[in-house]
Design a protein around this ligand. Structure first.
Ligand code: UDX
Length: 442
């Protein structure tokens, strides 16, 4: 099939390469000339394990351009542009999605299918479909939300857990259904389940999935707060409740909480939309989910201050991690950078390091100091904070790092280090949601 993909960010670039891997002829279109040039040269414009290999494998059936006219002749058009949070509001900015569909119109022909993948407030697809019907009769729209995780995006694209296809209830549904089944013939043949829904449900599935994940993280972080107040150990608690198959072990890692370009803004946009629909009470709990999440960042700074005997002014603080999570260079709403910035504003001498995200971090927070390695960041440090659990930080040798720091004090913001190992190397180890006494949490 000839397919266009509009928007080549974290979602669109991987999706375009994935579609090529499924055997289609794909053109990725983006307004960012630099990004397009890099993709066209087979380079991933952001850190995503496996993406460069996927791009290399697709040579011949995948191209990238800034020219929307390249969509002409394609029969399926995926919309993968961003829906960021509106400044000063909870609601999502869907103007990029609206603009993408509007700009596609001159290149659409009867029988074409426009496929929305971006995360949008429920009701957006219905409005876009109404416009499309007016502007180009015979063209239909389906909603096919993405669920890919950064750092696992290639795997999640090639082997998704499920495919959700939201179809308009009209005469075009059978055609659209057949087209989507052809697009995803490869994964469907591999056994991936397809859930066909109406348009509203498809948009809601994504908001519901991310809300559930965010709630699970904030639940365990709320338990961490109670553990801190009572002397309990949230790591043991999570392991114990996770043995119940109904609860499960995943997404129960207590720590600094969630960030990134999706979870925080998606739960806020969901609340905002529910408010517009008169269903705000139903999602009032998400306000608490958000608040618990943001409180963890404040708690981390408080813990650091306590470790420095009441003041971080002038203290050299090494921060390991800038990305919102490991295996990504994405710093959007990064908890690590939020803590780094708060500490810097409060007078600490903060040095941040990250294996992949320094350039992005520097663009967003140019006033912070950066180091290229953990060793460089830790040299002379009064306190070391692990805020993004990159494998190489978890594997650090506490003896070797201990030789570089001023004081052997580490705060584990992700409950990722082995307390016994660090304590045995002479470090004072503290973590969110764990007892302060050494014997009980080691
Ligand atoms: C998320 C969803 O997982 C994905 O399905 C959706 O399509 C986009 O949003 P992503 O933003 O890549 O994906 O990150 P995810 O792996 O879900 O992690 C989100 C945040 O939660 C990270 O900051 C991570 O550090 C944090 N997290 C995750 C925890 O604090 N504890 C956990 O147990 C798991």
């Amino acid at each position: 099939m000839h397919i266009s993909v509009i928007g080549c960010g974290y979602l669109g670039a991987v999706h375009a390469a994935g579609l090529a891997a499924f055997g289609h002829d794909v053109v990725g279109i983006d307004v960012d000339a630099d990004k397009v040039a890099r993709l066209a040269a087979g380079q991933a414009p952001f850190f995503e394990p496996g993406l460069a290999d996927l791009l290399a494998a697709a040579t011949g059936s995948l191209r990238f351009t800034t020219d929307l006219e390249a969509a002409a002749g394609c029969t399926v058009h995926f919309v993968c542009v961003g829906t960021p949070q509106l400044p000063g509001e909870n609601a999502a900015d869907v103007s990029h999605v609206e603009a993408a569909v509007e700009m596609l119109v001159p290149y659409l022909r009867p029988g074409d299918v426009v496929v929305g993948k971006s995360t949008v407030p429920v009701g957006t697809a219905e409005a876009l479909l109404a416009e499309l019907r007016g502007a180009c009769p015979g063209v239909t729209l389906v909603w096919n939300p993405e669920f890919l995780r950064e750092g696992h995006a290639v795997q999640d694209t090639l082997h998704p857990d499920r495919l959700v296809v939201g179809l308009a209830e009209d005469g075009d549904a059978d055609h659209a259904r057949a087209v989507l089944r052809e697009v995803y013939a490869r994964p469907i043949a591999g056994g991936v389940p397809v859930i066909e829904t109406d348009l509203a449900t498809a948009q809601l599935v994504k908001a519901a999935a991310n809300s559930f994940l965010a709630t699970k993280i904030s639940f365990i972080n709320a338990m961490a707060e109670v553990c801190e107040a009572s002397g309990g150990d949230v790591v043991q608690l999570a392991a114990a409740i996770g043995h119940d198959a109904r609860i499960g072990q995943q997404f129960l890692r207590a720590g600094l909480g969630f960030g990134g370009g999706c979870l925080p803004k998606d739960i806020r946009a969901f609340m905002a939309r529910a408010g517009e629909l008169g269903a705000d009470q139903a999602l009032a709990f998400l306000r608490e989910v958000d608040a618990i999440n943001l409180r963890r960042r404040v708690r981390m700074v408080d813990l650091a201050r306590a470790e420095c005997h009441g003041s971080i002014v002038g203290r050299r603080i090494a921060i390991l991690g800038a990305a919102f999570k490991p295996d990504s260079d994405d710093v959007r709403d990064s908890p690590a950078l939020s803590v780094a910035a708060q500490m810097s504003l409060q007078g600490a001498e903060v040095v941040v390091t990250d294996p992949q995200a320094i350039d992005n971090a520097r663009r967003r927070w140019p006033d912070l100091k950066y180091a290229f390695t953990a060793e460089e960041a830790a040299t002379g440090a009064d306190l070391v904070l692990l805020l993004t659990e990159w494998r190489e930080y978890v594997d650090l040798d506490p003896h070797e790092l201990g030789a570089l720091v001023q004081r052997r004090r580490v705060l584990d913001g992700r409950n990722a280090l082995d307390p016994a190992r660090w304590r045995a190397a002479g470090w004072t180890y503290r973590a969110l949601g764990r007892p302060l006494t050494e014997a009980r949490s080691s």
